[in-house]
Design a protein around this ligand. Structure first.
Ligand SMILES: CSC[C@H]1O[C@H](OP(=O)(O)O)[C@H](O)[C@@H]1O
Ligand SMILES: Nc1ncnc2[nH]cnc12
Length: 296
């Protein structure tokens, strides 16, 4: 029996998951060392859920230090098939106002110093990243957004491109204009390689991005500061918790099949029998093929 079906990765300002029953902290060993923090596993609406604070509780890890491989491997070891990623972002579009939410459907990876694959060392796979976001999980997030109430008129934008920079510094104005010219809608520092690794782990992934600022391209708005980003995020934190909880309920009800769940069926090039013992220890947990319904 899986210990968790849905993983929630909480970003800046989101360091716990409210409403988890029977919650316990798990330290999962991975070939990549420890996760960002203990994983908190429990049930929400009766569905087994694993929560992980991306930057650790107390926000101790800069985006480049987040152990993305350990985090995704540990969630997969627990049986996770869907990940809800909650993230603060800067807006690169006038119409995406601070406090609005957006569910990206594309990513541009501009990170430079992060391990971004489980493969290598005798194991070769090339998974498709053409559609990096699971549409079914994104739909559950959108339905959950509309099912939850807010005191303030927060708008949801469906689709858009999240450009991921290395950070931890915010962008220069020239860079911010360049990302806009690329067609990106929002900017953040964490969703890559997280989304790539989730795909390699055959986990369906989608992000609820919460706009906290206009980065630094906007002529009439002050350039982003961490203080402003966190303050704006905190205004949205309670709503984000409610949206995540409702999305979990919907995912648990629907258990949607996702293309991500069979990413390695076409992506794995090296035959499993040819994997070294070391590579097999990394890869075999990602290949587990038990049906989702059986796992819950
Ligand atoms: C404190 S604002 C910058 C910080 O917030 C975002 O992180 P996350 O996606 O974990 O919410 C952004 O990527 C930066 O890491
Ligand atoms: N402007 C910005 N750039 C990068 N990451 C962010 N997270 C929140 N706002 C951001």
């Amino acid at each position: 029996m899986a210990k968790a079906l849905i993983g929630v990765i909480g970003g800046s300002g989101l360091y716990d998951m409210q409403g988890l029953t029977g919650a316990r902290e798990l330290q999962i060993e991975t070939p990549f060392g420890p996760t960002s923090d203990a994983i908190v596993a429990g049930r929400l609406h009766g569905i087994p859920v694993a929560f992980l604070a991306r930057h650790g509780r107390g926000h101790r890890l800069i985006p480049s230090e987040v152990p993305y491989r350990a985090n995704i491997h540990a969630l997969r070891q627990l049986g996770v098939r869907y990940i809800l990623s909650l993230s603060a972002v800067g807006s690169l579009r006038e119409e995406v106002r601070p406090l609005d939410m957006l569910i990206p459907d594309q990513f541009i990876d501009l990170t430079r110093r992060r391990e971004s694959t489980f493969f290598g060392q005798g194991a070769v796979a090339h998974v498709s990243m053409a559609d990096p976001v699971c549409p079914q999980v994104a739909d559950c997030l959108a339905r959950a957004f509309h099912a939850t109430q807010s005191d303030q008129p927060i708008r949801l934008h469906r689709g858009g491109t999240y450009v991921c920079i290395e950070g931890p510094q915010f962008s220069t104005r020239a860079e911010s204009h360049w990302y806009r010219a690329m067609g990106a809608s929002v900017i953040g520092m964490t969703n890559m390689p997280e989304a790539k690794l989730a795909r390699e782990a055959q986990i369906a992934y989608a992000t609820l991005a919460m706009a906290t600022d206009y980065d630094c391209w906007h002529e009439r708005e002050a350039a982003v500061t961490a203080e402003v980003a966190i303050a704006n995020l905190q205004q949205n934190a309670a709503r984000a918790q409610r949206i995540a909880a409702e999305a979990i309920r919907l995912l648990g009800e629907d258990l949607p099949e996702s293309a991500a769940h069979s990413a390695l069926a076409s992506g794995l090039v090296t035959p499993v029998e040819a994997l070294s013992a070391e590579a097999a220890a990394v890869i075999k947990p990602l290949l587990a093929t038990t049906g989702i319904a059986e796992e819950t």
